[in-house]
Design a binder for this molecule. Structure first.
Ligand code: CUA
Length: 302
């Protein structure tokens, strides 16, 4: 799961990377020229002056020419990023919250958190907003970054060239757990993506197993549904992440720990130890059997 803007897998990331290399070349050229002038000045220190013409050419003319070229190119690249390829995009709404990501696929009716899946080769239009403070959406391997501002949705277009997993990160300081506000973007072949999305739109499966049924009951009795929704049950809270298909996600706690029965158990028992300051209170008072059952039930929600 790389979080690098070099060697990325997105259309926008490619043009940003090219721009970055050209900028680096331009900056290196000017740097080399300045060094040459310094050496030249030292060489000629005791002799006659170098002549104003040389200073004018190398000190003024060259930087103006190089910088003008770079600015023109970066405006051209920026324009290309904003207009996209013209194909019908897939729309996904992402809302930043302290400190996680609420993700909605409006056309399919799927709601999830801290993970975005996209089809390879089709542009995706992200509608980015925030529920509280300013966050910034950034998946360097796929596209540039975009601020998420309360009340002012912004659009960002992503398109993955190949299947893979890219790490995204909030790029605007937003409180104590800003650093642990991460997510995964999973680019999938179109058919696999369509199957995944259909599944995400469905409610959670009912359970026959007694242990799992007990886990579901513990979840409902402990009041987890006040903050979390699990579609297909009475839990319909909207304060915390939707957990309907939690077990299918790569991580919990917004990229904090990999998803497993053990990590879910640890999170429920003492999430404040794993991610201090997050909104979820510790449920250390649960009996260990109850804790294991609720974690087992959540982990198999795929
Ligand atoms: Cu959200 Cu930093």
């Amino acid at each position: 799961m790389t979080q690098s803007m070099l060697g990325g897998g997105g259309v926008a990331a490619e043009s940003i990377e090219t721009l970055w290399w050209i900028m680096l070349a331009g900056a290196s050229l000017i740097f080399a020229l300045v060094l040459a002038l310094v050496v030249h000045a030292g060489w000629r220190a005791r002799g006659a002056g170098p002549g104003e013409r040389l200073v004018a050419w190398l000190g003024l003319g060259m930087p103006v020419a190089v910088l003008t070229g770079l600015v023109a190119y970066s405006v051209h690249v920026g324009h290309g990023l904003a207009t996209g390829s013209g194909q019908q995009p897939l729309r996904i709404a992402v809302e930043g919250r302290q400190w996680w990501w609420h993700v909605v696929y409006p056309e399919a009716g799927a709601v999830l958190a801290n993970e975005i899946r996209i089809p390879v080769g089709r542009p995706v239009e992200l509608w980015l907003t925030s529920a509280d403070v300013i966050h910034s959406f950034w998946v360097p391997g796929l596209a540039g970054k975009m601020d998420m501002t309360p009340g002012a949705p912004a659009r960002l277009t992503l398109e993955a060239r190949r299947a893979g997993v890219w790490r995204g990160q909030c790029a605007e300081f937003c409180g104590v757990q800003h650093a642990l506000m991460a997510f995964d973007v999973v680019a999938m072949p179109p058919e696999a993506f369509a199957a995944w999305l259909r599944r995400q739109a469905e409610p959670a499966d009912p359970v026959d197993d007694r242990f799992l049924a007990h886990g579901r009951q513990v979840f409902l009795d402990a009041g987890c549904g006040a903050c979390h929704a699990v579609r297909g049950t009475d839990a319909a809270g909207v304060l915390g992440p939707d957990l309907t298909h939690l077990g299918s996600r790569l991580s919990i706690g917004a990229g904090t720990v990999p998803t497993s029965i053990g990590s879910i158990q640890g999170w429920i028992a003492d999430s404040q130890h794993i991610k201090p300051g997050n909104l979820m209170p510790a449920f250390g008072r649960l009996e260990s059997r109850d804790l294991r059952a609720v974690a087992a039930w959540l982990a198999q929600l795929r």
